[in-house]
Design a protein around this ligand. Sequence first.
Ligand code: EPU
Length: 337
Amino acid sequence: MQILRNFSLKDHNSFGIDVRADKFISIENIDDLRNLLRKNYASELFILGGGSNMLLTGDIHKTVLHIALKGKKIISETENEVTIEVSAGENWHELVLWTLKNNYGGLENLSLIPGNVGTAPIQNIGAYGVELKDTFVSCNAMNVQTLEQREFTLKDCEFSYRNSVFKNKLKGQYIITSVKFRLTKKNHLLKTEYGAIQAELEKDNISSPSIQDISNAVIAIRKSKLPDPEEIGNSGSFFKNPIIGKDQFAKLKEKFPEIPSYEVSEEKIKVPAGWLIDKAGFKGYRDGDAGVHVNQALVLVNYGLATGAEILALARQIQEKIKAQFDIDLEAEVNII
Ligand code: EPU
């Protein structure tokens, strides 16, 4: 176990922000994790997964634990289904590709999402009509104080839109070490209702798609809209799509008849933050190296040397304008640190 000092986190966050950590340790096995937690106060540690859902706004004067636990195994299988357990440090998209290679269905709509397996449950990652919770069985996690390992079932995780118990009442208390998924081996339940997926399949003349076809479609859509973090720093959607009351929505619809929306309940409507930000004139906006992506206004980008503070200032400017123009509060989806 190597301790690196004054370590740049530039290659460990998808925004590509160049801040430093006092100490940086890659954790490759559970024993090392337990030993480190035993020797340190939890408040002196900072847990890092894939770094794909955070904006770092300053140096980290703590010991950064980079969770690099690796491994995938089959736990059980029947003729129709397989349950797999995947270690927290595995790359999410590589896991999706591995499931496709084995013809295991369930994760194909979640292709190309940046980040690691262990952080996926924290925000219940989702895209194109599917969320992590749909195939999730349980996760193992270690309590940072008591070092006890606990298995969290689907119910324990309290998943909702980009949210879980790990972002709320258990925030900072557990480190997820592995996740179990239940996937189909045949009769895959394909989710193709999302308009963009249908359009992509039609374009390729595919009428009865395989899970691989759906993954290919999702990859093509994501590549056309979302910047590749290897080329332009970003954290995917910067804001959550706001959920507003039907009365407020009716007023907006009167003013902007073309506004897209999704009903979430009898009283509530979700509106796309990307549309609001686009309408407010920010799409493609750039101030120094901080900007709003040209193809998707929901994604803030770092063109190279932006600091976390500069990206945050842009986010605040957007929030103020959206509040003034639409009377809607935009909430950040990424963790601001
Ligand atoms: N729109 C605009 N202008 C824009 C961006 C979007 O008018 O600049 C409109 C689109 O035309 C569309 C609507 O807004 O009518 C929604 O856009 P899109 O389908 O691109 O999806 P989204 O709501 O912006 C959400 C997730 C994404 C996920 C996609 C697909 C959130 C916060 N974001 O984006 O997740 O990939 O749906 O399911 O829920 C992420 O979390 O990092 C992420 C990329």
